[in-house]
Each structure stands twice: as structure tokens, then as C-alpha cells.
Design a protein around this ligand. Structure first.
Ligand code: PHE
Length: 343
């Protein structure tokens, strides 16, 4: 028996493991209810009386060693676990790299730009901080023109002399004025960009938003060309070609119109967003006012043109059924993540 005890002692001393199930098996093997020690203790009654003292001591030693071993191994395991919590399992494969997504405003802007690129329009951009001339005066809105009230403006510098006023542009028509300064007809340009208006923030309107405005100037450009261009656009953009033009007023175009697209009345949402009419207003447009051409030193006797402008947010809200314009500017990742699959 003493030999057996000595053999077990060696085995126990040599045993090493950092795996929970191996340690548990080891415990069961030696200390379990049917374990090796149990058998030894049962055999103890057969030990001759004169050896009982020595064997008994050795047996107790063995039991202590086994218990101690299990305890140290379990402690080591525990501390390894908490380290893992700290560093993670360094052998694990890396997390999948999350692919970012484009902002819905960019997606819609890119789509509009691409549609007009295809028929020869080039992108033009200009400053968001604008002077009075490019935002108002050159566009046929002289100082006391009542239409200046149509666009409540953020002025950066307001003086008694309007020519010195600086402001945040209220539309990207200002970019087209700049484009006409540096280009001669034929002109085909679209100007996407951010614009600012001093409006109350609500689900429908914001003090900043984005526009795409278009300008086409050449000889013999007619209202029919404008309408055809818009039909091309709505077909490409929405897959819908039925539009109507309602007379409207803009100081820089004459005649002017507002464009409605026939959205349909197929679903409940169609009813809601079109207020039961099936029609949706999507942009303003018109034939460039001769005064605007004159201001740009383009002879209105020779050249004519059309212009149009639309709000990108409005179109994105339509396409993606976004109920509140403020969602575009909150940068809530859960909102933005939804546009992942769109390029
Ligand atoms: N600039 C106008 C606006 O901001 C839109 C527009 C552009 C209308 C060009 C007609 C022609 O509302």
C-alpha cells in the first residue's frame, strides 16, 4: 500500500493542466466518491495493526496533496479567465471590419448629379458664405424687392448698403450666377450644395438643408426643352414620368412653375404623403429671366435658358420614407446604418 501511495504522490505532483474539464477529471479520479483515495481508505482496515500508524499518516499526506493540487489548479484557471476578460482571447480571429455607409443625402445627391451628368450637365460649386450680389441682386431681386422676404436670411454682415451684405446662401442659384461670370453659353450645369434659411426647426423644415439647382442656357432653349428634361429626370430618378407644372413665381425666372410628380395612390403611404391627391411637389423651375442674363452679360436677344431647383432632403424623405428631416443631421448610427447596401 505504501508503494501505491508513493506512486500516486508522484502522479499528483506531476499533473498539470489549465483546462477545467481535465482538472475536474483529475479531482474525480483521486478525490471523487469512487476515487482512488476512497479505495485506499477502504483498504486501510486490512493494513496490519503495526503498520497502521505509518500508512495512516501517508494516506493523510496524499489526501492533502491531492486536495491542495486541485485547489491551486482551479485558482490558476480562475485567474486566467479574468485575464481573458481583460485582453480577450488573443488567438481568436479578428472582428469583421464594419463597412461604413454613405449618408442618405449624399446617396440622393450623387444619384441626381449622375442623372444630369449623363445629358451633359457639369457640376459647379460655390461658397456657402455669399455676398448680396450673387445670392439676391444678380438674380433679379433688388434691394427692396418683396421676394427677399420669401427667404428669411442669416446675415453675417448687414449694412445700410446692401452691396456690402454678407450672408449664408439661401439657395444654390448663387453658384449659377458665379458660373455665368466665368462661362459663356452653351451652359449646362448643376449645383449641389448646402443652403441656409432662418426657419423654425420642425419635422418638415430645418434651418439648413441641401439643394441641387440646374441651369441650361443656349440659343433657342424653350419651355418644352425644360419640360422634357424634367420628364427625363423624374423617369430616371423615380421611375415615374407623369408630371404637371403649376404656374408659380420666382424673381429669377419668367415664366415660373412648380413641378408636381404623379406618385400614385396605390398604397396607404401614397395617400398619406400625397394628402390623398396622388400628386407631390418636387421642385421649382422656369425660364431664366432676361434680367438675370443681362446681369451676367449674356444677350437675352440671342440666348435663352431654363433653371430648376430642388431640395435633396425632400427627395430623400420620399424615397426612403423618412418621417422627420431632423434625422438627417443627428448622426444616429442606427439611422445611418440602414443605408449600408446603397452606393
Ligand atoms: N432657387 C429656388 C429656391 O431656392 C428654386 C428655383 C431654382 C426655382 C431655379 C426656379 C428656378 O426655392
Amino acid at each position: 500500500m505504501l508503494e501505491l501511495i508513493a506512486q500516486y504522490q508522484v502522479e499528483i505532483a506531476q499533473f498539470q493542466s489549465v483546462k477545467a474539464d481535465e482538472i475536474e477529471q483529475f479531482r474525480i479520479k483521486y478525490l471523487g466518491t469512487k476515487g482512488l483515495l476512497k479505495t485506499l481508505f477502504e483498504d486501510f482496515k486490512n493494513v496490519p495493526n503495526d503498520q497502521k500508524k505509518e500508512v495512516g499518516q501517508k494516506l493523510n499526506e496524499l489526501k492533502n496533496e491531492a486536495t491542495e493540487k486541485v485547489k491551486t489548479l482551479q485558482e490558476a484557471l480562475e485567474s486566467q479567465k479574468s485575464e481573458q476578460g481583460l485582453f480577450g482571447d488573443l488567438t481568436r480571429p479578428g472582428y469583421p471590419i464594419e463597412i461604413g455607409s454613405r449618408h442618405p443625402i449624399s446617396i440622393v445627391k450623387n444619384k441626381i448629379v449622375e442623372i444630369f451628368n449623363r445629358i451633359g450637365y457639369v457640376v459647379s460649386e460655390g461658397p456657402e458664405i455669399e455676398d448680396d450680389w450673387h445670392n439676391f441682386t444678380a438674380l433679379n431681386l433688388p434691394e427692396y424687392h418683396p421676394a427677399r422676404d420669401m427667404q428669411d436670411t442669416f446675415f453675417i454682415e448687414k449694412s445700410t448698403d446692401v452691396a456690402k451684405d454678407m450672408l449664408l446662401r439661401t439657395h444654390t442659384s448663387s453658384v449659377q450666377v458665379r458660373y455665368m461670370d466665368t462661362h459663356r453659353p452653351p451652359i449646362r450645369t448643376i449645383s449641389p450644395g448646402r443652403v441656409y434659411r432662418n426657419e423654425d426647426i420642425s419635422a418638415r423644415s430645418h434651418c439648413l438643408f441641401h439643394q441641387v439647382e440646374g441651369l441650361y442656357i443656349d440659343q433657342n432653349v424653350s419651355f418644352a426643352d425644360l419640360k422634357q428634361t424634367l420628364i427625363y429626370f423624374t423617369t430616371e430618378m423615380f421611375g415615374k414620368s407623369k408630371i404637371r407644372m403649376r404656374p408659380s413665381y420666382f424673381p429669377f425666372t419668367e415664366p415660373s412653375a412648380e413641378v408636381d410628380i404623379y406618385w400614385g395612390l396605390e398604397t396607404e403611404t401614397d395617400y398619406r404623403i400625397t394628402k390623398g391627391t396622388g400628386w407631390l411637389e418636387i421642385m421649382g423651375c422656369g425660364m431664366v429671366d432676361p434680367n438675370v442674363l443681362k446681369n451676367a452679360n449674356i444677350d437675352p436677344e440671342i440666348f435663352s435658358g431654363f433653371a430648376f431647383g430642388m431640395g435633396i432632403e425632400r427627395i430623400a424623405m420620399l424615397l426612403y420614407q423618412i418621417p422627420d428631416i431632423r434625422m438627417f443631421y443627428e448622426n444616429d448610427v442606427n439611422f445611418l446604418k440602414q443605408f449600408k447596401s446603397v452606393i
